[in-house]
Design a protein around this ligand. Structure first.
Ligand SMILES: [Zn+2]
Length: 499
């Protein structure tokens, strides 16, 4: 098992420190809004990391936090006229709904920052005592120059880091790179009492405290998006290693690339945000997950409807093939044909190729491609010799497909249900619009088929009376809401787009 470690900038052999359990921490959301499809990439990827470790025989202890106190949460609370707590709980709940809709497993532990404030105060006090931190103007700052290996994760020089956009300015800092461990309360803000005065913890200290508390110092994997490498993760390292006086705080750092829209970051200010739940409505969880996973996790991923639609087609092929396999085999006995042998060889190849890809720094893109390649082989085998295939070959092929899709968190039964539901929804949607169209032509009703037939009848009447303009208008209005009319020698038929 090899993992690309951001800290060493190398692919390294991975062994969990206690050989059986993988201890993993992934930075969770700041709960003040609904997550978009860019935010979701990290959770989808690390869900697969966890599943693959479990598939490989490890047990996994997965911790992912909620940042439930933050400037953005306070701002949202003031806008909505509710407490910061209410904002945090509301968006925590919405986040979990989205995670469930994606079919991701929950983390084993989901600590909230506000539940660990005492531990944070303790760590901040310790850092002051050891000379790594100083109080100024009611705040407490970490003094970056006291921690000589600062910058080892991001590989940036202090000059580069000082120029970084994510360095918050403050008149109390001795060095612009110093960062807040404790923020003194401004009037009207929520606060906790502390030896350094009333205030609240900074964002970075939260993750140092909660990860070590729940996983122990020197845990195995810390994950997050590449945008967190600096300053967030750099600061987590500085705080934890300075406080405990040893290293490494984390053995393997893993960072996923970001999702872009036309090569730009997804951001409210750019107006290009697509909420996860909106994307789920159109594509469902399984196709969306394949979209994330069919690009290497460390590469940037550009949002593309075309690509998602291609993957939907590909997954439909997998579904159809899986059904073909389910309908084959019972009538055949122990006939081992050449085709069957070839299929079995390809299946063994898939199992190996999948392991090779996933154990090489979680190359899900290669793993997905291998599954699609096997599906092609299954179809050609079934085309050639569906009645002379060995039942055991069929059975093993089904099991392999289900097992490997499961490691990627893709579920064909859920996918099929989603497709059916989407057709139902599109019918509901069309019915709503159809009522308007029908009313325009003086027709009323509540039944989709009945309304369409009445409109077809009206169109035929108009045609007989040579009111071709009116007849075309009916046809065009129906077409614009997704009801397509086809004139055949047997009469006019209709079909509903997308169904
Ligand atoms: Zn974090």
């Amino acid at each position: 098992m090899k993992i690309n470690n951001t800290l060493t900038k190398k692919k390294e052999n991975f062994n969990p420190s206690d050989s059986k359990t993988v201890r993993m921490y992934v930075c969770g959301p700041t709960v003040y809004n609904l997550i978009h499809i860019g935010n979701a990439r990290v959770y989808v990827f690390f869900d697969v990391v966890r599943r693959y470790f479990e598939h490989s025989g490890y047990s996994v202890k997965y911790v992912s936090n909620f940042t439930d106190i933050d400037d953005k949460i306070i701002k949202r609370a003031n806008e909505e006229g509710i407490s910061f707590n209410e904002v945090a709980r509301k968006y925590e709940e919405e986040f979990l709904k989205d995670i469930d809709a994606l079919g991701l497993k929950h983390a084993d532990l989901t600590p909230r920052a506000t539940e660990y404030v005492n531990e944070m105060i303790e760590m901040i006090g310790g850092l002051i005592k050891k000379g790594y931190a100083y109080e100024a103007g009611g705040d407490v700052y970490f003094s970056v120059e006291k921690f000589p290996s600062y910058g080892k994760l991001s590989g940036r020089s202090p000059e580069e880091m000082r120029a970084g956009e994510r360095v918050e300015p403050s008149k109390y800092k001795r060095d612009p790179l110093d960062f807040a461990l404790w923020k003194g309360a401004k009037p009207g803000e929520p606060y906790w009492d502390s030896p350094f005065g009333p205030g609240r913890p900074g964002w970075h200290i939260e993750c140092s405290v909660m990860s070590v508390k729940l996983l122990g110092f020197g845990f195995d994997i810390h994950g997050g998006g590449q945008d967190l490498i600096f300053p967030h993760h750099e600061n987590e390292i500085a705080q934890a290693e300075a406080y405990y006086g040893k290293e490494p705080f984390v053995r393997y750092w893993m960072h996923n690339g970001l999702l872009t829209v036309r090569s730009e970051k997804m951001a409210k200010s750019l107006g290009n945000i697509i909420l996860l739940r909106d994307a789920l409505k159109f594509y469902g969880p399984d196709v969306l997950k394949l979209f994330y996973l069919s690009t290497h996790y460390r590469s940037p991923l550009d949002y593309s409807q075309e690509r998602i639609k291609e993957l939907e087609k590909a997954l439909k092929r997998v579904l159809e093939t899986r059904k073909r396999l389910a309908g084959t085999g019972e009538k055949t006995k122990e006939i081992t044909s050449e085709t069957g042998k070839r299929l079995e060889q390809k299946r063994i190849w898939l199992e190996n190729e999948f392991e090779r890809a996933m154990s090489d720094d979680f190359n899900t893109a290669k793993a997905v491609a291998a599954i699609f390649e096997f599906i092609k082989e299954v179809n050609s085998a079934l085309d050639q010799a569906s009645d002379s295939l060995d039942v055991s070959v069929i059975k093993r092929s089904k099991e392999t497909i289900d097992k490997l899709l499961g490691v990627l968190g893709v579920d064909l039964i859920r996918f099929e249900e989603f497709l059916q539901k989407r057709i139902e929804n599109s019918k509901d949607d069309i019915l709503m619009k159809l009522r308007g169209t029908a009313a325009y032509f003086g027709i009323e009703g509540d039944d989709l088929e009945d309304l369409i037939l009445k409109l077809i009848e009206l169109r035929n009447k108009e045609r007989r009376q040579k009111n071709f303009h009116r007849a075309d208008e009916i046809r065009n209005k129906l077409s614009s809401i997704g009801v397509i009319l086809e004139d055949t020698p047997q009469g006019t038929r209709y079909k509903i787009e997308g169904a």
